[in-house]
Ligand binder design. Structure first.
Ligand SMILES: NC(=O)c1ccc[n+]([C@@H]2O[C@H](COP(=O)([O-])OP(=O)(O)OC[C@H]3O[C@@H](n4cnc5c(N)ncnc54)[C@H](O)[C@@H]3O)[C@@H](O)[C@H]2O)c1
Length: 243
């Protein structure tokens, strides 16, 4: 019960890795704020947690919007008075060469994947007591990538730099911040990826389950990781070695 009485806010909690993290936090005693834009999926995660006797609320929030992030943080604090864990998980991808990419699409990826991390840190951290932790979900694409997903890879690289830099400021408040960089994971995001569908990005032999990533997220969020901050844990079943 590593998260007994801990309040855990997870973006992208309606699906895939985010949902698995929500369920694991709840199973270990956490009170979970599920943040997503997909209301049906968010409500499904909340219902699954309630069915197992856990405590969760679903909050509709487009994480790239400052006012929406502030409102999500406020709703969580109104309910449980604090936030102990923030997981910045929700993300999006585009699948075009840079020369064909609309400026708006570039901005959208950066808003959802990176600006959201800044916003949840800016607005969430003031409500986080000493001992709290932030876990950002990066990707192996921050380290080795393929064509047509440059905005996504760039946003994840920026996320890892942000994490290293902000860890120093957060340390003053006794808050830790780390990244998990998953490899291929069995979620809708993986199977909807045209590069994966076409075979341009090969995933055979190294596909993890959302629970494999949730285990790493919960480890970094828990007190047992108290000496770990500002770093990235690659959880990819060895995939980076073959990219
Ligand atoms: N699945 C993989 O193979 C893989 C690999 C490496 C990294 N990742 C990372 O893991 C994280 C989770 O991915 P997943 O595979 O579980 O994806 P997923 O598609 O299963 O879930 C993503 C969730 O984010 C939500 N979301 C999207 N845009 C949002 C927005 N603007 N505001 C709020 N919520 C929004 C979606 O509604 C969805 O519920 C992402 O950061 C992704 O980059 C995934």
């Amino acid at each position: 019960m590593r998260f007994k009485d801990k309040v855990c806010l997870v973006t992208g909690g309606g699906s895939g890795i985010g949902r698995a993290a929500c369920e694991r936090f709840a199973a270990e005693g956490g009170k979970v704020a599920i943040v997503d834009v997909n209301d049906a999926n968010g409500a499904e995660t909340a219902a699954a947690i309630a069915k197992d006797g856990g405590e969760a609320i679903y909050i509709h929030c487009d994480i790239g919007e400052a006012a929406a992030v502030q409102a999500a943080v406020q709703q969580t604090v109104d309910k449980w008075q604090k936030i102990d864990v923030i997981v910045n998980d929700a993300a999006m991808m585009t699948f075009k060469p840079i020369v064909d990419l609309d400026e708006d699409d570039w901005d959208k990826v950066m808003r959802v994947n990176m600006r959201s991390v800044f916003l949840f840190c800016k607005h969430g951290v003031p409500h986080m007591p000493p001992g709290s932790a932030i876990v950002n979900i990066s990707s192996v694409h921050a380290h080795e990538t393929t064509r047509n997903v440059v905005p996504y890879a760039s946003s994840k690289g920026a996320m890892e730099s942000f994490t290293r830099g902000f860890s120093e400021e957060a340390a003053d408040l006794k808050i830790r911040i780390n990244c998990v960089a998953p490899g291929a994971v069995n979620t809708p995001m993986l199977w909807n990826n045209p590069n994966v569908k076409s075979g341009a990005e090969k995933v055979e032999g190294a596909i993890g389950e959302p629970e494999d990533i949730a285990a790493a997220i919960c480890f970094l969020a828990a007190d047992e990781a108290r000496f770990i901050t500002g770093t990235t844990l690659v959880v990819d079943g060895g995939r980076l070695d073959i990219l």
